[in-house]
Ligand binder design. Structure first.
Ligand code: TYD
Length: 392
């Protein structure tokens, strides 16, 4: 049974950065549910993928050093431990992972045409398609089965998880490995980072829910790693149950136990989370309003999809955060969805014009603070809402 625990109000499509100021915008209800049987957390309203993953999709994995390094490290590990002849990435984005492999070794799948074109130009076989059973069949006709399938921050965007795993199981060789990584529900609840929820993020996985989901497909997790990326992610290493050559790490039991102790299997945990979210909104608004009263200027750093959830849930307009700044070409000179706050092109001096910087990309806090030492030295201050709204 699906039980509602949080209502994040009406939200625009998170990655639909506007080319011009628009007073009236289409918004969709964003409500969060917990399934008491599968223990899966999901959003209620499913927007057709074609409306979200357009041919001009603005999110690029290569925009931060943190993500580039994470993909590079993983590529080394994959080559050393699994030595795949062929690796396939579902949601290859701008090639941040596959560029670390030879062109003959890696295949990308990317439904957004602008991104698929990037890896095609780099010389990688790229299917400009959504992941589906039909596509798996097409790839199988051209290739032997695949030894390693990888997907980061993508499977949680696909409504039909049965189709997702059925198709993966169809294409994966008998000793093949599946690696998936996505934001961790445990970290999200612990950090009160409710901005992990937006219309693209249909699910937020936990080891508990993934473990139970995989059983249907005769797949199992054999290792699990906690990552710092995206504000705390889990990387799941998965194999077929029949493959007994690989031993199952204790890490899985440890992670599941951690999640159970925290109560991720209980609805009451999510109800408590929703109360904390409401408090977080009140506190953030009180900080921003008091800065406005003191005539201080606030800049948003990182025009993230996460920030779109915050702006629209908390009703933050450009009187509270004047502008955002971002390095992504597709976002520059556009406006934050739902709130019409203009996104400016990043340059190190731009921060000098503002007194405070709100971390839209709080998940890159280390990288950003390191880059913006001068702003801090000159008396500038940051604002974050994670885990509680504060100035620092
Ligand atoms: P991310 O947190 O991955 O996004 P989302 O919530 O949209 O999934 O996106 C980080 C954004 O911040 C991305 O648009 C790039 C931008 N960014 C900068 O502009 N400068 C930086 O130094 C960093 C690290 C990120």
């Amino acid at each position: 049974m699906n039980k509602k625990f949080l209502d994040l109000g009406n939200q625009p499509l998170a990655n639909n950065y506007l080319s011009k100021f628009k007073k009236k915008q289409i918004k969709y209800k964003l409500k969060l549910f917990f399934n008491t049987k599968s223990k899966m957390v999901s959003i209620s309203k499913r927007i057709p993928s074609e409306m979200m993953f357009t041919n001009n999709y603005p999110y690029r994995s290569s925009m931060s050093k943190t993500m580039q390094n994470s993909f590079y490290e993983l590529s080394l590990e994959i080559k050393k431990k699994f030595k795949p002849k062929k690796i396939l990435e579902i949601g290859s984005n701008d090639g941040a992972l596959i560029k670390n492999f030879n062109k003959s070794e890696a295949i990308g799948i990317e439904p957004c045409r602008n991104l698929a074109q990037i890896t095609k130009k780099m010389g990688y076989v790229t299917y400009n398609n959504y992941w589906s059973h039909e596509l798996a069949k097409k790839i199988r006709l051209k290739n032997e089965k695949i030894d390693l399938i990888y997907s980061a921050n993508t499977l949680t965007h696909i409504s039909d998880l049965n189709e997702v795993f059925k198709s993966i199981s169809y294409l994966l060789s008998s000793n093949g490995i599946l690696i998936i990584e996505d934001p961790s529900l445990l970290e999200c609840i612990k950090k009160n980072s409710y901005d992990q929820f937006y219309n693209e993020h249909i699910y937020l996985f936990s080891a508990i829910s993934v473990n139970s989901l995989l059983k249907k497909f005769n797949l199992e997790i054999f290792n699990i790693k906690n990552l710092e990326t995206h504000g705390g992610s889990l990387r799941y290493y998965i194999k077929r149950v029949i493959n007994k050559k690989i031993t199952i790490s204790r890490n899985i039991k440890i992670q599941i136990k951690k999640e159970m102790i925290f109560g991720l299997h209980k609805f009451s945990t999510f109800k408590k989370f929703s109360q904390k979210v409401e408090k977080s909104k009140v506190k953030l608004l009180s900080i921003l309003n008091s800065l406005k009263n003191k005539k201080k200027l606030v800049l948003g750093y990182g025009a993230t999809a996460k920030a779109v959830t915050i702006l629209n849930y908390c009703n933050i307009n450009n009187d509270l955060i004047c502008n955002f700044v971002d390095t992504t070409p597709e976002k520059i000179n556009r406006y934050m969805p739902g709130k019409n706050i203009k996104i400016l092109k990043y340059n190190p001096k731009i921060l000098d014009k503002y007194h405070y910087v709100f971390l839209g990309a709080w998940n890159f806090k280390k990288e950003i603070l390191n880059k913006e030492k001068r702003f801090l030295k000159n008396g500038g201050k940051f604002i974050t809402h994670v885990p509680v709204p504060k100035i620092f």
